[in-house]
Design a protein around this ligand. Structure first.
Ligand SMILES: Cc1cc2nc3c(=O)[nH]c(=O)nc-3n(C[C@H](O)[C@H](O)[C@H](O)COP(=O)(O)OP(=O)(O)OC[C@H]3O[C@@H](n4cnc5c(N)ncnc54)[C@H](O)[C@@H]3O)c2cc1C
Length: 403
């Protein structure tokens, strides 16, 4: 039996990563009092990890005026220049669009992005409870009852799972929900400080190397933000990767990029311990996004691999659209169905696009030859603003009704 109801005064938001604090702030704007429950006790450490936050995600954040500190913590990277491992310039592509007020996509450290959003939510009076790991939830006459690993409970009219790719809420909404899919790649992120490399203002350079993909951007002070993708057989976890020391990662990576043209080798050598490795996952299609008064959003519903640089933006867009649906629809069931209808097609297109981009990064000799031959043409086509419009031109008008 479905147990949705029309009350929507309070919400339990699970997860205080990207989507969690944003949805709580958006709900506040539509008169829903949200409390955010985060599994981790303190702020998580994200050494070496940074994110592209695309113009469409920043645009969505502007809908609730929550973009200022995020923009202040990042630096603009609106362009990407592509190189082959042999040092041939393959072309340039826009990373996002320029918004009417001049805002462009930025690169921001993950820890800074999390803390900017969390601080903004706290400033607006939103309650964030840390050390609360959701273990179960069920509909009740009081709405939804959530139970946490520390034995406590909470009640709300709605429960919103913004608990990331390994979401517990996804399985509470649908016990048969699929699990994340390992892409066969690792992502390593690092920061080299004070190098003498020439700055690359507004540009991320991307090298399709022979055995690894390497991206980097050099700031005015010589600091370099870089990441690498490499094939890695066998599924692994972030924890097990943590047992490999930064020195070992560096030596593995230096070996992988040794034959490639460009500064990858020097940048990796100049990196100290600010280095982290992540297994790369995405999600197969998640058939069920909501049940009763519980709903999932962000990576919990549709994680994309990092290659499109869109996971953050999709979570932010979801948050804003979900709040609008709860504002405009007659009842909760209608609101959740409308949210899914407005979001599913777009996010699934992004997941598929990201998987295609990701698979071009680590290919064999023949694939590499073909890729380097065809890419300049593909990049020329992709350079047109129209080619980007479906991805970056998505704008949410806060005042427009969804129904
Ligand atoms: C290596 C790597 C690089 C990436 N690069 C980019 C990039 O450049 N650009 C981009 O847009 N995206 C990137 N992404 C993707 C991006 O990180 C995610 O899409 C984004 O963080 C999703 O936001 P979210 O709020 O849905 O989930 P998350 O940010 O993962 O937040 C989920 C939160 O829920 C908490 N949580 C989990 N389980 C529970 C529970 N049971 N109870 C309570 N709390 C819980 C977690 O601790 C976490 O704080 C990258 C991802 C990886 C792995």
């Amino acid at each position: 039996m479905t147990r949705t109801h029309d009350r929507r005064n309070t919400a339990l938001v699970i997860g205080c990563g990207i989507g969690g604090p944003v949805v709580a702030m958006a709900l506040q704007r539509v008169g829903i009092d949200a409390t955010v429950f985060e599994a981790h006790e303190g702020s998580a450490e994200f050494v070496g990890s940074f994110l592209n936050t695309a113009s469409n995600g920043l645009d969505a954040l502007k809908a609730i005026d929550a973009h200022h500190e995020v923009l202040a913590r990042g630096f603009p990277t609106p362009r990407m220049v592509m190189w082959s491992g042999s040092g041939k310039r393959l072309g340039e592509v826009a990373n996002g669009l320029r918004l009417p007020d001049g805002t462009v996509s930025i690169t921001v450290e993950r820890g800074h992005l999390h803390s900017a959003l969390r601080r903004e939510a706290l400033t607006r009076g939103i309650r964030i409870e840390q050390g609360k790991r959701l273990v179960s939830a069920e509909p009740s006459d009081r709405g939804v009852t959530a139970r946490f690993a520390d034995g406590t409970e909470a009640y709300g009219d709605l429960l919103i799972g913004a608990d990331g790719i390994h979401s517990r809420t996804r399985h509470l909404v649908d016990p048969a929900a699929p699990s994340p899919r390992y892409t066969g790649q690792l992502s390593l992120g690092g920061r080299a400080r004070g190098t003498t490399l020439p700055p690359t203002p507004e540009i991320f350079h991307m090298i399709f190397g022979r055995r690894a993909f390497f991206g980097y951007s050099v700031r005015e002070n010589g600091d370099v933000y870089w990441f690498a993708n490499m094939a890695w057989d066998g599924e692994t976890t972030r924890e097990s990767l943590g047992s490999v020391s930064p020195a070992e990662w560096k030596s593995k990576l230096i070996d992988l990029v040794a034959e490639d043209a460009g500064p990858a080798r020097d940048i990796i050598s100049a990196t100290s311990d600010e280095l982290a490795a992540f297994p790369v996952y995405d999600m197969p299609v998640v058939p069920t996004w909501h049940r009763d008064s519980m709903v999932i959003m962000g990576d919990a519903a549709h994680a994309t691999s990092p290659s499109s640089g869109q996971g953050v933006s999709m979570a932010i867009e979801d948050a804003i659209v979900l709040a609008k649906c709860l504002r405009d629809c007659d009842d909760v069931a209608h609101a959740l169905a409308t949210y899914e209808r407005l979001r599913r097609k777009r996010v699934e297109r992004v997941v598929a696009y990201s998987a295609r981009v990701g698979s071009s990064k680590t290919v064999g000799t023949v694939g590499r030859w073909l890729r380097d031959l065809m890419m300049p043409l593909a990049l020329k086509l992709f350079a047109s603003p129209r080619a980007h419009a479906w991805l970056y031109g998505y704008h949410i008008d806060w005042s427009e009704r969804v129904v």
